[in-house]
Write a protein that binds this ligand. Sequence first.
Ligand SMILES: Cc1cc2nc3c(=O)[nH]c(=O)nc-3n(C[C@H](O)[C@H](O)[C@H](O)COP(=O)(O)OP(=O)(O)OC[C@H]3O[C@@H](n4cnc5c(N)ncnc54)[C@H](O)[C@@H]3O)c2cc1C
Length: 212
Amino acid sequence: MIVVGVGLAGLVAAAEAADAGRRVLLLDQEPEQNLGGQAWWSFGGLFLVDSPEQRRMGIRDSVELAWQDWTGSAAFDRPEDHWPRRWAEAYVHFAAEEKRAWLRAQGLRVFPVVSWAERGGGAAHGHGNSVPRFHVTWGTGPGVVEPFARRVRAAVEQGRIRLLFRHRVDELVTSGGMVTGVRGAVLAPDDAPAAGPPRAPWWATSGTPPKR
Ligand SMILES: Cc1cc2nc3c(=O)[nH]c(=O)nc-3n(C[C@H](O)[C@H](O)[C@H](O)COP(=O)(O)OP(=O)(O)OC[C@H]3O[C@@H](n4cnc5c(N)ncnc54)[C@H](O)[C@@H]3O)c2cc1C
């Protein structure tokens, strides 16, 4: 299996596939110091629905309300919206059901205070979240990335994931209507620090020094 990108989506996909017994090739055009992609810089706010944290704060939430909020913005009213709609439905259920427990099993914990993000209701004319659903992870973005980076690194050490940086994918190779591979370019090494402030705090807390 080939996974393109070591942002959060790629890290999670590669870790899950490797733990399910697949041999994984994980590629990214950026150097290793960008592991985690945007999620590393993010606030680590997680969308959860009807969580214990919300209930403790007296916030009344439900799958139905979250779905109403989501469709208030997304509409999903075109034929090509079929799969995005199905994905969104599955995601709202995931956020109300196993997501929190699954993330806790990975070691993630959230602040006891739930905040607003993409605030809706009132003057938002049916768009956005009508109740607070933004659950901030302890350790913010780096705290979200860390468990998955750790799983990927363990799989790399065990030979279950091959991880290549500075490999840019330019094309999907298809055969019989199926994607069977990728084609691209190997870029020159780049040891420039990741954009933004140094990443020392994350490496210090994870105990995993960056390999340069
Ligand atoms: C400052 C900031 C704060 C945020 N806060 C939150 C928040 O609180 N809550 C929330 O839910 N979301 C937040 N987000 C959004 C969230 O972080 C992103 O949606 C998420 O991290 C995207 O993950 P990704 O893996 O899909 O993409 P990315 O992190 O963008 O990773 C994509 C990876 O693919 C690689 N790549 C791309 N094209 C190629 C190619 N052709 N060949 C090889 N490699 C390639 C890139 O180099 C990159 O490493 C925030 C984002 C930012 C920037």
